[in-house]
Design a binder for this molecule. Sequence first.
Ligand SMILES: Cc1ncc(COP(=O)(O)O)c(C=O)c1O
Length: 338
Amino acid sequence: MKTVDAYKVDRGSKVLLNANESYKNLPKHIIEEIKEGIEEVLFNRYPDSSANLLTKTYAKAFNVSEDNVMFGNGSDEMLGLIIGLNIKEGRKLYTLNPDFSMYDYYTSFHQGTVLKYPIDNFDVDKFIQNGKENNVSMVIFSNPNNPRGSLISKEDIFKILSSFNDIPVVVDEAYGEFCDCSMVDEINNYSNLYVTKTLSKAYGVAGIRLGMILSNKDNINVLRSMKVPYNVNSVTQFIGIKILEHKDELDVYSKEIIERRDEFYNELVKRDYKDLIIYPSYANFIYFKSNLKGELINNLESNGISIRSFNDDSFRITIGSEKEMEDVLEIIDDTFGR
Ligand SMILES: Cc1ncc(COP(=O)(O)O)c(C=O)c1O
C-alpha cells in the first residue's frame, strides 16, 4: 500500500462530505431575488402558522393538493411529531437496521422501544411477519435508506401498507429525488401512508430547515391540529417559496449528483479493491465497509476532507463536486494501493 504523503489538495476550507448536504450554495440570481424580497417579510409579526402561501406554492410545484401537505422545521420536526403521536411507553416503533438515527432518538424521548429488522437481504414477507409477531405500533423507514443508499421497491411497500393497515407507515423520502422514486402518488390510496420529504438535500437549503409531511386530508388535518404553532418561521417560509418557484432549475442539481454518483461508483467497482466493499446507492451518498477505514479517514482528513464514519468498519461519503470526487477517488486509490 502506498502512503499519501505526497498527495496535496489545494483547498482553503474543509470539504464536508459527511452530512449529505448539497456541495454548493444557491445560484446567485436566486440569492439576489431573496435579498430583494426579504424586505417584505413582516419581522415584527409571528409567522403564518398554516404557511398558506408556501403550501399553495408547494402544491403547484409538485402537483399535489394543498390538503395533503404540512410543513415543519425540517422533516425532522415532522418525524418527531408523528412518532410522538404514535409511540409511548410499551409501544414499539418498527424500522430497519441501519436507518436514520433520529427515529431512535424520538422513540426513546417518548419512552417507546425500537424494533429493527436487518436491511441485508431484505425480505418483505419476513419483515411483515416479524413486525406482526412483535405487535408494532408504527412502521418507519427511509427510502432510499440512510446510510445504505438502498431502496425498498414500491411493490414491497404496497405489501407493507396492506399488511399493517391499522397502523401508520411512514416512508421517509429525504433522498427521494436522487432515485426518482416516490410514494407520494399513493397517499390517497392508503389511509395509513405518510411520506416525509425535505428541501435540505436535493434542493440544497439545509440551512433554512424546511421539510414536509404528506398524507391524505384527514391525516393531515389531525397533524395540523397537533403541531406547535408558528413552527416554520417567516424567513424560512419566504425562502421556501422562492426555492419552489425555481424548482425546475434546481432539479438539475439532483440529476447532476445522480450522474456523478454513478460514475464514482462505477470507477470504484472497476478497481475491485479487495479491502473495500461498496454498496450500490439510490441517494446522494455511497456507503462502504473496509478494514482500512481508519487509514482512509486519516488520509482524507489530512487533505481536509470530512466523511461520515460509523461505529463499526463502515462509512459514508456524500457526493460532492466533480473536483471533490476526483480528489476522494485519488485518496482511495492511494489508500488501497492502486
Ligand atoms: C433519512 C433522513 N430523514 C430525515 C432527515 C432530516 O432532514 P431535515 O433536514 O429535513 O430535517 C435526514 C437528514 O439527514 C435523513 O437522512
